[in-house]
Ligand binder design. Structure first.
Ligand code: CP
Ligand code: NVA
Length: 334
């Protein structure tokens, strides 16, 4: 049911299919832990195209492909002609004639779609300004591992409600029957088209969707509180405005204690939770802030699940590549 398909955005898949990919990733995690080989891509060559920086997406695809028996080639923006001397379409045809699968991180969603249209091999979205579907599999897998189920859980996202991660969490929760609350300042609430799409999916899954400017209301009874950077890649010129708007939406102890007794903290990473990175040092000093979207206390507290989330990027990348491009029979997962 997955063979030959692209993985471009979550809503191209059904609830059952996304649940399958999550369960398959949990299965592959067990195989990895038991050191049982799972070379579903043996002999293949995988291209990793990155127009933006990455730690998790790059590392997870490299290790996942290696574990699956494939070889990878990393192609960064200064390595290839794409984007300067050559179009997405021409590059897609060339890469598709040599590689068996292509991961692509780039700002524009339409570039990933064009790559998929002309490559003739599966294309996996490594994040655009609109969607981050690979992140979603890892996030909802982490929730399933924590709570043993997905339907009926409540995930609250606090922060920039318009960014790729917030949009993706909303759509994925709505598809999977997870209640999603988004708390953002008025200026950064999710756009109407995404909310409409989420409500449509939620009417089929039974999920409850809440969009509000009230962070305390949003976290009430939450099983997970999720945040992301206040300034996404490519938006650096908006630092000052974002800090002004989002300062009241920091995830800290006071906020997290308003949620349910068993609440976890989630973040896709990278995070500005202290002043130890070059950008955060500069930003924090400049704007008189001690921490940004999450306090160090929460980031290092018992609630924190951002590193299991990051690890799960490996297992979910593997699930997507094996399911859409595997050479071998893919098992049915109970
Ligand atoms: N979460 C995530 O996609 O991280 P990277 O930007 O490091 O790949
Ligand atoms: N919203 C962030 C996510 C990084 C994984 C960004 O686009 O930079």
């Amino acid at each position: 049911m997955f063979q030959g398909r692209n993985f471009i955005k979550i809503q191209d898949f059904s609830q059952k299919e996304i649940e399958y990919l999550i369960d398959f990733a949990i299965h592959l995690k067990k195989l990895k832990q038991a050191r049982i080989p799972h070379e579903y891509l043996k002999g293949q060559n995988i291209a990793l195209l990155f127009d933006k920086t990455s730690t998790r997406t790059r590392a997870s695809f490299v290790v996942a492909a290696n574990d699956l028996g494939a070889k990878v080639e990393f192609l960064g923006p200064s390595d290839i002609q794409l984007g300067k001397k050559e179009t997405v379409k021409d590059s897609a045809v060339v890469f598709g004639s040599m590689f068996d699968g292509i991961e692509y991180r780039v700002s524009s969603q339409s570039d990933v779609e064009e790559m998929a249209e002309f490559a003739g091999v599966p294309v996996w979205n490594g994040m655009t300004d609109l969607w981050h579907p690979m992140q979603m599999l890892a996030d909802y897998m982490t929730l399933k591992e924590e709570f043993g189920k997905l339907v009926g859980l409540k995930l609250t996202y606090v922060g920039d409600g318009r960014n790729n991660v917030a949009r993706s969490l909303l759509i994925t929760g709505a598809l999977l029957g997870v209640n999603v609350s988004i708390a953002s300042p008025e200026e950064l609430l999710p756009s109407e088209d995404v909310v409409e799409e989420a409500l449509e999916l939620a009417s089929a899954s039974g999920a409850v969707i809440e969009i509000t400017t009230d962070a305390i209301k949003a976290v009430t009874n939450a099983n997970a509180i999720y945040t992301d950077v206040w300034v996404s890649m490519g938006e650096e010129s908006q630092f000052e405005e974002r800090i002004r708007l989002l300062k009241p939406y920091q995830v800290n102890r006071a906020l997290i204690e308003k949620a349910s007794d068993h609440v976890i903290f989630m973040h896709c990473l990278p995070a500005f939770h202290d002043n130890k990175t070059t950008i955060s040092q500069m930003t924090l000093t400049q704007y008189g802030l001690a921490e940004m979207e999450v306090t160090d206390e929460v980031f290092n507290g018992t609630w924190a699940r951002q590193f299991p989330q990051a690890e799960n990027r490996l297992h979910t990348a593997k699930a997507v590549m094996a399911a859409t491009n595997g050479n071998l029979f893919i098992p049915t997962i109970d």
